[in-house]
Design a protein around this ligand. Structure first.
Ligand SMILES: *[C@@H]1O[C@H](CO)[C@@H](O)[C@H](O)[C@H]1NC(C)=O
Ligand SMILES: *[C@@H]1O[C@H](CO)[C@@H](O)[C@H](O)[C@H]1NC(C)=O
Length: 363
């Protein structure tokens, strides 16, 4: 989204060079394939490569607070990046004239608006996660609260579990139990939040949906052990993350009746997890990753690992200021040294703008 914004602010076309991505998402508003073809014809002297993988966010922010045409005079810019600051660009005084000339504001071009403008998952991607799509639709029809929990345990999970497709084994069960113990505070926070929101929702709706419909009768079995159902159905949980073992264990702990989805598909199969840099060309995993990311946005509240871009960007797409709850638990090498490395806590809700500021500050 940051590169899209650079393109808009510097009058460039946007291209996407990512093998296999067309199986997972489309860009209905832009012909990114035509732009790629042109970009590939450019002579080397007109091309600059910009590599921002895991770069320091504050340094990058400073860099792009300068004149972008002077910074990158070449016609074709090739970004390789997992860093972004769309909000910072939209807010900056340096770029304010370019932003205003294009009738953009920090609100109308906020991160979620840019995603909604640029991409749509393919039918095949959504089909991979059809059980999640269908379960969310049922929860919505019941006016039940849905909490999307995403735990990023770390890249070690990709090595230990990727491709395994969440196969059930003793090792997997042990790993799931250990990871759950380490991250239990996140699930406890999420279930407290679920009960609170369900309670708040049940009151104004009493007599409207919950008492008069047949759903009220079914609510007994929809409550579940972690649910504490307040007269209606739910709360319900969607469990995502980089570890299928943790997802499976968490689903069993929270209870079948309150978990809509943890990566389980009809017929007992589980979706795989992967990392674009570690499992390149794994189209099925890319599709389910894009599908889960898209559908996660449809939850009512988001509880997720503070350092993970995956749930953060999906939650920002919901354009909701009252629904984002971040959990600190990461003390790896990329963690902001200003943050207490032992902090294990959840807080929120954060507004999307506050979340953008925290991200820009390295939190
Ligand atoms: C952007 O502007 C808003 C509103 O003026 C402000 O609250 C926010 O802190 C700014 N964010 C950044 C990243 O400068
Ligand atoms: C997935 O698992 C949850 C929790 O165990 C269950 O409620 C749901 O029915 C399962 N979905 C499918 C498609 O099997």
């Amino acid at each position: 989204m940051t590169v899209l914004l650079f393109a808009i602010l510097t009058d460039r076309a946007l291209a996407i060079d990512w093998p296999g991505y067309t199986e997972a998402f489309d860009t209905p508003q832009l012909n990114v394939a035509a732009a790629l073809k042109l970009a590939k014809q450019a002579p080397a002297s007109e091309v600059r490569r910009i590599r921002w993988l895991n770069s320091n966010r504050l340094t990058l922010r400073e860099q792009v607070e300068t004149d972008l045409d002077a910074l990158w005079p070449e016609r074709v810019l090739i970004f390789q990046s997992n860093r972004g600051f769309s909000q910072g660009l939209l807010n900056s005084t340096r770029h304010a004239p370019a932003v205003a000339a294009r009738h953009l504001t920090p609100t109308t071009a906020q991160f979620g608006c840019l995603v909604n403008f640029l991409i749509r998952p393919t039918e095949a991607a959504l089909e991979r996660v059809a059980p999640l799509r269908d379960a969310l639709a049922v929860a919505r029809a019941r006016a039940a609260v849905t909490i999307g929990v995403h735990v990023r345990t770390g890249d070690a999970s990709f090595d230990a579990e990727a491709g395994a497709g969440g196969a059930k084994s003793d090792d997997e069960a042990r790993r799931g139990a250990e990871l759950y113990e380490a991250h239990a505070f996140i699930f406890e926070y999420a279930t407290r939040l679920g009960k609170q929101l369900t309670h708040a929702r049940a009151r104004p709706m009493r007599g409207d949906v919950l008492d008069s419909s047949a759903d009220a009768d079914r609510s007994g079995d929809a409550g579940g052990s972690a649910g504490g159902s307040a007269g209606g159905a739910g709360p319900y949980y969607v469990l995502l993350g980089d570890s299928p073992a943790l997802r499976r264990h968490a689903a069993a702990t929270l209870g079948e009746h309150s978990v809509l989805y943890w990566g389980n598909s009809t017929g007992g199969a589980t979706v795989g997890v992967g990392h674009v840099a570690r499992q390149p060309g794994d189209v099925a995993t890319l599709q389910s990753a894009v599908g889960e990311h898209w559908l996660y946005t449809g939850c009512d509240s988001f509880v997720f690992s503070s350092h993970s871009g995956y749930p953060r960007t999906a939650a920002a797409r919901a354009l909701r200021d009252d629904a984002i709850h971040t959990c600190f638990h990461y003390d790896g090498p990329l963690f902001n040294s200003a943050q207490r490395s032992t902090a294990r806590e959840c807080s929120g809700p954060w507004s999307v703008a506050a979340l953008g500021d925290r991200h820009a500050a390295g939190l």
